[in-house]
Design a binder for this molecule. Structure first.
Ligand code: UN1
Length: 501
């Protein structure tokens, strides 16, 4: 199949990309090359950082609501190109059509959220202990923000950061994953169009950086960037965090998850089944919020797990561009090999593995398609500690809820979690201080598919960062405490006396 019309619709024609050199853009659908993308050299990245720094000094003086107007126009343009962008996501990341559309919708949603926010970047007025004084807290633009994003959400995660950073008065630099450069190019072109069309937006406000690990490292080490927001593996985040901390920069980390759900005896099993399959097999298990571990109360194990096995065995796997496909390919051979290695480890540890094998949809031989794997166990094994970015679901029976909660918390990561239950005591226990230790805890809905209105992120090796809704905008701003004396006298705080005569 020739994908050039899809590329053209998204504004990234293969001819314009170049025939050799740089980064190879490929589709996981059948492994075909889509084009070659020029990478940015270290000196070129340095220039882009300088341009973003210069743009910041102008942008921070533009009123917040006007900054919001830029993001409003960008969101509108994204909406107009929704289907072409969604198809590009499908082409380059392998997401099924509906999830591609969902991801672009997430971009639109966060833009609209940011527009509203541009009129609400509020501070505080606090009571001063000194007569005739005003004590204030005010949020100021922070500086150029470096954004490093991952292949699995090649547009939305950048948009969470970019839209908020822009309304907060920051300039931005984006290094998309080397596995999805075309998604980066296509989406960034739309933002560039909007910037070019608006006099009040300084040129250089948003920079796209194409490159690999070195390019990310260059951003992380650069003292001109007060904030680095990085999404990806825990190994990547550990390096970025240390480099950024060494220069007293801030990092906002969105790293690995190893998400679990607990199914109690009171659960609605039909609802649970749908939620579990979407969370564990959806996106071919390649979301940081994907469900990886399932703890099922022993009384309902024999009802739920055979149904899961049946659905897993019949789930439609194939071309993600076809409307009836529910599972597309893994991103590449490396992802497939990691999945197989994890399954070997599980079998060696005594687990019963259902599925997990490679499948070959017609005419798509170059793609890595797999049947999702269900791994049945009696107790946790070592391989469950790691986040394998593939559709593997470890399933274990449990007796008591406190044991299930302890088991779900007994991993190094802490992103998302869920309980399926119709018993208030169980759900409230799960949501209590003694319950889930994750950044996200859901009741009767799966671990993935969070809305943008809440803060997104997790604890422990997930990195502690929070992005998107709630008060996450504060990460993109500098907090300033201001004391104003309008009294004519000079009383000192804490009643200190200092009379110089
Ligand atoms: C990710 O996988 O990096 O909650 C982000 C979700 C999506 C975002 C996932 N809204 O699954």
């Amino acid at each position: 199949m020739n994908y050039s019309s899809l590329l053209a619709a998204a504004g990234v024609e293969a001819q314009a990309l170049g025939a050799s050199g740089g980064l190879l853009a490929a589709t996981p659908i059948n492994g075909a090359t889509l084009g070659h993308v020029q990478t940015d050299s270290a000196p070129r990245i340095e220039e882009k950082i300088a341009a973003a720094s210069a743009a910041f000094t102008a942008w921070r003086g533009v009123p917040g609501p006007q900054r919001g107007e830029l993001v409003r126009q960008f969101g509108t343009l994204v909406r107009a190109h929704k289907s072409a962008l969604a198809q590009l996501i499908t082409l380059e990341a392998g997401k099924i059509a509906s999830e591609g559309l969902g991801e672009v919708q997430e971009v639109i949603d966060i833009c609209e959220y940011a527009v509203g926010l541009s009129r609400q970047l509020h501070g505080l007025t606090l009571p001063s202990e000194r007569a005739g004084h005003h004590l204030l807290e005010r949020w100021q633009p922070l500086g150029p923000v470096g954004i490093i994003s991952a292949f699995n959400f090649p547009m939305a995660v950048w948009a969470w950061n970019a839209s908020l950073a822009l309304v907060c008065g920051d300039s931005i630099l984006w290094k998309p994953s080397e596995k999805t450069p075309l998604c980066g190019i296509a989406l960034h072109r739309l933002l560039e169009q909007v910037i070019a069309a608006n006099e009040f937006a300084p040129r250089g406000l948003s920079q796209l950086i194409i490159g690999g690990r070195d390019a990310g490292a260059q951003l992380a080490a650069h003292s001109a960037l007060p904030l680095i927001s990085a999404t990806g593996s825990t190994a990547m985040g550990r390096t970025v965090a240390q480099v950024v901390a060494a220069r007293f920069g801030r990092s906002l980390l969105e790293l690995g998850g190893n998400n679990a759900a607990v199914v109690t005896a009171s659960a609605d099993l039909a609802l649970t089944l749908r939620a579990v399959v979407f969370a564990a097999a959806g996106t071919s298990g390649q979301r940081c919020t994907s469900l990886r571990r399932l703890f099922v109360q022993r009384a309902v194990y024999a009802q739920l797990v055979p149904q899961l096995r049946r659905v897993y065995a019949t789930l439609s796997i194939g071309d993600p561009l076809s409307a009836d496909t529910l599972m597309g390919p893994l991103i590449d051979a490396e992802a497939f090999n990691r999945m197989q290695a994890a399954l070997v480890q599980a079998r060696t540890a005594g687990a019963t593995v259902h599925g997990g094998e490679r499948v070959f949809p017609t005419d798509l031989d170059g793609g890595y398609y797999v049947r999702p794997a269900l791994v049945e166990l009696q107790s946790p094994i070592e391989v469950m500690q790691q986040e394998t970015f593939a559709p593997i679901l470890y399933v274990l029976p449990y007796e008591r809820l406190d044991q299930a909660i302890a088991a779900q918390n007994a991993v190094r990561q802490g992103l998302s979690s869920a309980i399926f239950s119709n018993d208030l005591r169980e759900t409230e226990t799960f949501l209590s201080a003694a319950g889930s230790d994750c950044g996200i805890a859901n009741v009767n809905c799966g671990t993935s598919g969070a809305e943008i209105g809440g803060a997104f992120g997790g604890e422990k090796e997930t990195g502690g960062g929070r992005e998107a809704g709630s008060d996450c905008w504060k990460a993109y701003m500098r907090r300033q405490t201001q004391s104003v004396n309008y009294s004519g006298a000079l009383p000192l705080a804490q009643g200190v006396r200092f009379d110089i005569g």
